[in-house]
Design a protein around this ligand. Structure first.
Ligand SMILES: Cc1cc2nc3c(=O)[nH]c(=O)nc-3n(C[C@H](O)[C@H](O)[C@H](O)COP(=O)(O)OP(=O)(O)OC[C@H]3O[C@@H](n4cnc5c(N)ncnc54)[C@H](O)[C@@H]3O)c2cc1C
Length: 396
């Protein structure tokens, strides 16, 4: 059996894996990253929305071919049709070409010195005396082994690395998504991302319209455990009920899962770290995980290198990664998760009332898990009794 040796082995060449590999390589440490598909970034399972900060923190600029459309307004649509617009003042967003974006992240890791091996599928970790020392994989139909001082699982929400290591089998809460890429549209304003709230569209989640141009958009929905029919059926209804989509052509059908229960309790063990969706690092309110994965990958890569240089890859040493991630990103994930659970108690009628009292700044903060406690305290003061009670229950 063919065996490969490296200091760091990263499994998965999504945003988390490529940023990890790049960070490790930039410090002159020997790193291989493996990807089961032929090209990183393909196929795409994503709404493709990302802020300019996320793009730049990934080391790229918001230019073609990585982005298709600039977004300057996020529009929340309440169940009764009332809209709240959040205009870009100190932020701007983009609809990505995710296949190009992810490929560029992987290319940059390779340029930094990381070795990318595609069409290699990890099948599980190798453990010796409870320490992870490598990964088993399939390459060209043959079994191969990778031996590494640190293994980093960046292999998405269904992470075989996490499961085979004996960490969490899955998440407590997740969003099931269905999405069409629609063409032939004539959107009035392609700089607006729409978020449609309410159980009538997407129980426990939301429906989205993310334009890629005036004529093309990603239109999708995400539902949580209280849905009564498959996600695709909610999407079909949403599309059928919007006259803008009447003559649209479905260019692509996709979807996928977003874990929304927050960062898992255990994301490191001796010789192993998890990053990105594999670790549950995704903002639960929005399902946005690209930026978190980029930042998580950078921290994981840096801590892995430090640990290797010190000759101590114990879980205790590697957990410095988690402490650093939690200081900002983990905290946002946690706070946004609490908002999600609070909104679970809101009926569509309550959401309509909320849309009347909430400001666009409040929405931005709540959705992104920023200053949540003070936003809630402010909302209590201006809300009618029923909402006040629901929000107070959150504050307790
Ligand atoms: C429908 C949908 C819409 C979304 N929309 C947005 C959005 O608009 N904005 C946003 O920020 N986030 C969005 N997300 C979330 C976002 O896509 C993820 O959070 C992000 O991709 C996580 O990055 P990652 O690198 O952790 O994992 P992934 O991007 O999933 O990458 C994991 C990589 O590992 C590879 N892999 C898996 N198993 C193996 C294996 N055994 N061996 C080798 N390789 C393997 C995969 O092929 C993949 O390339 C969306 C998710 C879904 C499902």
């Amino acid at each position: 059996m063919q065996q490969y040796q490296c200091d760091v082995l990263v499994v998965g060449a999504g945003p988390a894996g490529s940023m990890t590999a790049r960070t490790v390589a930039e410090q002159g440490v020997d790193v291989i990253f493996i990807e089961e598909h032929e090209t990183p970034g393909t196929p795409v399972f994503c709404g493709e929305g990302l802020s300019i900060g996320g793009i730049r923190n990934g080391g790229l600029e918001p230019v073609e071919p990585f982005v298709c459309q600039q977004i300057t307004t996020a529009r929340i649509v309440a169940p009764n049709g009332k809209t709240v617009d959040m205009h870009a003042i100190d932020w701007t967003g983009y609809t990505l070409d995710r296949s190009e974006f992810d490929k560029a992240l992987a290319d940059n890791a390779v340029k930094a010195g990381a070795k990318l091996m595609v069409k290699v599928s990890a099948t599980g970790v190798i453990k010796e005396s409870d320490q992870v020392v490598g990964v088993k994989a399939i390459k060209d139909g043959e079994k191969v082994e990778f031996r590494a001082k640190v293994v980093i699982g960046a292999d998405g929400h269904w992470s075989i690395i996490r499961r085979s290591a004996g960490l969490a089998n899955y998440f407590d809460d997740w969003v099931t998504c269905a999405q069409y890429k629609l063409s032939g549209l004539d959107l009035e304003d392609s700089t607006i991302n729409e978020f449609w709230m309410g159980a009538k569209y997407a129980p426990g989640g939301y429906a989205w319209v993310f334009p890629k141009s005036k004529s093309v958009a990603n239109v999708g929905i995400g539902v949580r455990d209280r849905h009564t029919k498959p996600a695709i059926e909610y999407l079909k209804d949403f599309v059928a009920n919007d006259p803008r989509f009447r003559n649209a052509k479905i260019e692509l059908k996709n979807g996928g899962i977003c874990p929304v229960s927050g960062t898992l309790d255990e994301i490191v063990m001796d010789g192993l770290m998890l990053t990105g969706d594999a670790a549950g690092q995704l903002i639960p309110m929005t399902g946005a995980g690209i930026h978190c994965s980029i930042e998580s990958g950078k921290i994981a890569g840096r801590v892995a290198v430090e640990a290797i240089k010190e000759g101590n890859v114990s879980a205790e040493r590697l957990s410095a990664y988690r402490v650093e991630f939690d200081t900002y990103w983990g905290n946002r994930i946690f706070e946004a998760g609490k908002v999600l659970h609070m909104l679970d108690k809101f009926s569509d009628e309550d959401l309509n009332v909320l849309a009347d009292v909430i400001s666009h700044e409040d929405i931005m903060h709540m959705a992104n898990g920023l200053n949540v406690a003070s936003v809630m305290a402010g909302l209590v003061k201006k809300s009618p009794l029923k909402l006040m009670q629901l929000i107070r229950a959150y504050l307790r």
